[in-house]
Ligand binder design. Structure first.
Ligand code: PHE
Length: 450
């Protein structure tokens, strides 16, 4: 059975793979549009606090649970607490993974489509607000094209996951992630130097603290969970492949910092550019980066090539995230149901594809899924609300309770300090995992209900 499971090949492999899971559309697509809708710099400020005071704490809890049990989320809960309903938290995670994968894959398909648009020269003349808006609506409502892009994306994800942990995920992230960083930094330098960029910089970096309200806090914490792949057992699953020699706090800090760095840089590309386009508002919602990025590439020399490269690397970043999403249910089926890796990957891939189709239809005006009765929202937004927001927070809350009280914070610290390792902040971490984080998450969850 050991071969079906696999394990990381080296010490930095976990950092790369977990960063690969964390860095994705969450940083480059979701973070900017959330920032735009929630007041700019004030949101960024709260987000940074959420990442380090909540995200990092939960991250460490998930990783240590994964490494101790060496199991998928369901198996991990069962091993620590064989009796009672706690394994259901793992089941929730498995289910959430399939659901997030279904709509995440649709957005990933968009990035694939935009890579092609760029190399075709669609962004090579001066672009107006109206033009980029129309281009996006035209593109995202093309059902056939989106079905092709989406299925291609799911297919590649299934292929990589079938190859297993070492063969697939490790190789891909090690080469391509650094490339994405470099091109992103280059674009941010260009964007900051655009004429009129200062307005965007102020919006993005000069916080107006009066804008901080419960809504901003709610979305900032949710974004932290989504971006760090927390609350559904991804990091637990990846942690289960870590060797006992690794020092967990520094691995956790690395991944969390890298992920946050990428998000911040992505904002530095988007907002300075956005404010140079007459008539453009930061409150575009999910379409934001697909409207602003073409303008970036229309303004810089060699934009078609840069655009192509950038969207392609974004596809890869999304891919390393979808791989981590698929890995959760696959690890569950391998460990608990004794399935073969390949069969598990294909079955779950097909399932997410089926659930993803309505998220494609959601972008077609007048379609049933574009404005659901009762919810008065489109299907994709509902999926993101239910699975990308509420379920991750609920899962995160239950994980903190489980690690803090059922498994016990001291046992988790014992796992972290295994092999004579020191963890100086153990006392602080214990207070956070037992009191601070669960209380904050509980309050936030209540605001969703009311
Ligand atoms: N963190 C990923 C991103 O930012 C998305 C993700 C969420 C992946 C949850 C796994 C689990 O793109």
């Amino acid at each position: 059975m050991k071969n079906e499971r696999g394990g990381w090949g080296s010490k930095v492999a976990f950092i790369f793979a977990a960063a690969g899971s964390a860095v994705g559309l969450g940083n480059i697509w979701r973070f900017p549009y959330q920032t735009g809708m929630n007041g700019g710099a004030a949101f960024v400020f709260v987000y940074l606090i959420a990442v380090f005071l909540i995200g990092l704490v939960v991250f460490l809890a998930e990783v240590s649970m994964g490494r101790m049990t060496k199991k998928n989320p369901v198996g991990a809960f069962k091993q620590i607490k064989p009796k009672g309903p706690w394994f259901l938290v793992g089941i929730l995670g498995v289910f959430t993974a399939v659901m997030i994968l279904s709509y995440y894959g649709v957005i990933a398909g968009w990035t694939l489509g935009y890579a092609v648009k760029s190399i075709r020269g669609d962004f090579s003349h001066k672009l107006t607000e109206e033009f980029v808006q129309n281009m996006f609506v035209h593109f995202s409502s093309n059902i056939g094209l989106n079905l092709i892009l989406f299925s291609l994306f799911i297919l590649i994800t299934v292929l990589v996951v079938s190859l297993g942990i070492k063969g697939g995920i490790e190789k891909l992230t090690k080469i391509l992630m650094p490339m994405l960083f470099i091109i992103l930094i280059y674009l941010s330098i260009r964007a900051v130097l655009f004429e009129g960029a200062s307005k965007g910089l102020a919006f993005y970096l000069k916080p107006d603290f009066t804008k901080i309200n419960s809504r901003v806090i709610l979305f900032a914490i949710t974004q932290a969970f989504f971006s760090l792949s927390l609350g559904m057992g991804t990091i637990m699953t990846y942690g289960s492949y870590i060797s006992d020699e690794d020092y967990l706090p520094s691995s956790a800090l690395w991944v969390v910092s890298l992920d946050t760095f990428v998000a911040i840089i992505a904002g530095l590309v988007i907002f300075p550019t956005l404010f140079t386009i007459p008539g453009m508002s930061p409150q575009q919602g999910p379409a934001l980066v697909f409207i602003v990025l073409p303008v970036v590439f229309s303004k810089i020399p060699g934009g078609a090539i840069f655009g192509f490269l950038f969207f392609l690397l974004l596809v890869i970043a999304a891919l390393t995230s979808t791989i981590s999403l698929l890995e959760v249910p696959v690890a569950y089926l391998i460990d608990e149901k004794k399935w073969k890796r390949k069969k598990a990957a294909i079955a779950v891939g097909v399932l997410s594809f089926i659930f993803g189709v309505p998220s494609i239809l959601a972008n077609v005006k007048g379609n049933f899924f574009s404005n659901l009765p009762i919810f008065k929202k489109d299907f994709l937004s509902i999926m993101d609300l239910l699975w990308g927001n509420i379920s991750l927070l609920l899962g995160g809350f239950l994980i903190t309770i489980f690690v803090g009280y059922v498994w016990g914070a001291d046992k988790a610290i014992k796992e972290i300090t295994k092999n004579g390792k020191k963890f100086k902040l153990a006392g602080l971490w214990k207070i956070f995992i037992k009191y601070f984080v669960p209380v904050v998450l509980f309050v936030i969850l209540l605001t969703y209900v009311f």
